[in-house]
Design a protein around this ligand. Structure first.
Ligand SMILES: CCCCCCCCC/C=C/C(=O)SCCNC(=O)CCNC(=O)[C@H](O)C(C)(C)COP(=O)(O)OP(=O)(O)OC[C@H]1O[C@@H](n2cnc3c(N)ncnc32)[C@H](O)[C@@H]1OP(=O)(O)O
Ligand SMILES: NC(=O)C1=CN([C@@H]2O[C@H](COP(=O)(O)OP(=O)(O)OC[C@H]3O[C@@H](n4cnc5c(N)ncnc54)[C@H](OP(=O)(O)O)[C@@H]3O)[C@@H](O)[C@H]2O)C=CC1
Length: 256
């Protein structure tokens, strides 16, 4: 799709890189010549993913929970020791559960805000302080979600992702002085491992309610991520790109 050496020798960290969209982004980065680090909580599964990805190029697994500051710091230390630099951070780790707003417990709310807003923030600030600001260069891509018309059925993640959307705009301005670009990708419904978390009845006939009449693929999201991190997007910052087959604009997707 793109030229072979597009990301040659770039050092890239993909959070949640052991599965689904994150795995595909890691895979694409390797195919375009990058050195890739993946991180996630479940160490065995993470190591297994890295072993498979290593067939394509240099890939390292560092286990950690993005919600724990000291574990994020540990990821940074490992990258520093092994590569000495980081060029690109993909904040992909995240997730939530469907629930009517009135039923979400304080713990449930906090779990989702911690995962998607706080975890992304810790990762972003620590990697910027450890690498991007001293290097005076860096690129950050936040994978959020389609919350263009709110997120009925998942109010907690809608709020968290809107927070990350706003962080994206703010840092694009504040950190432009450090030559850091930051953008977000807002996927609609993507055929990936993440969908296994949802009861099939919630996803029944969902394609009919998307203008392009299908779900997206992890490859389509990865291609967009590669574009945004590449020099082709050097003048793009503070932007959120929706990749949703038009779902944000039309159709009642969620029963609630
Ligand atoms: C309508 C739209 C359709 C739409 C269908 C299509 C939508 C597609 C768009 C999006 C797709 C994706 O994002 S796909 C990606 C999906 N991937 C993931 O979600 C993986 C990561 N997710 C997670 O790790 C978890 O879901 C998450 C809750 C965030 C973090 O888990 P934790 O281990 O921290 O949480 P726990 O300690 O287990 O629980 C903390 C609290 O959360 C509550 N909790 C946890 N899971 C719960 C659940 N399934 N239902 C109720 N409550 C739950 C618990 O009861 C606890 O509250 P108390 O009981 O009060 O203590
Ligand atoms: N698939 C879809 O339709 C959509 C997905 N998204 C978002 O895209 C991203 C990827 O989703 P997808 O690949 O589908 O789902 P997956 O569930 O396959 O991926 C989520 C990944 O994030 C990791 N992760 C979750 N929480 C943490 C944490 N606290 N610390 C570190 N790693 C964590 C998981 O690994 P581990 O369990 O080992 O920690 C896993 O690898 C998520 O943020 C998701 O919410 C957004 C819109 C639509």
């Amino acid at each position: 799709m793109f030229i072979k050496d597009l990301l040659k020798d770039k050092v890239i960290l993909v959070t949640g890189g052991r599965s689904g969209i994150g795995y595909q982004i890691a895979r694409s980065c390797l195919l375009y010549g990058a050195v890739v680090y993946i991180t996630s909580r479940k160490e065995e599964k993470l190591k297994a993913a890295a072993k498979k990805l290593k067939e394509l190029g240099p890939c390292y697994a560092i286990a950690g929970d993005i919600r724990a500051v000291e574990q994020v710091q540990n990821v940074a230390e490992h990258i520093k020791a092994l590569s000495g630099r980081l060029d690109i951070l993909v904040n992909n780790a995240g997730g939530q559960f469907p629930a009517p707003a009135q039923d979400i417990s304080p713990n449930g709310w906090n779990a989702v805000i911690n995962n998607n807003l706080n975890g992304t923030w810790y990762m972003t600030q620590i990697m910027a302080k450890e690498f991007f600001i001293p290097q005076q260069s860096g690129s950050i891509i936040n994978i959020i979600a389609n919350m263009f018309r709110g997120f009925p059925g998942m109010v907690h993640t809608g709020a968290a992702r809107a927070g990350v959307d706003n962080i994206t705009k703010t840092l694009a301005v504040e950190w432009s002085r450090f030559n850091i670009r930051i953008n977000a990708i807002a996927p609609g419904i993507i055929q990936s491992t993440g969908l296994e978390q949802y009861p099939p009845e919630l996803l029944k006939d969902v394609s009919d309610r998307i203008p392009l009449k299908r779900l997206g693929t992890t490859k389509e999201v990865a291609d967009l991520a590669v574009f945004l991190m590449s020099p082709m997007a050097n003048f793009i910052t503070g932007e959120t790109i929706y990749i949703d087959g038009g779902q944000r604009l039309w159709g009642d997707v969620f029963e609630f």
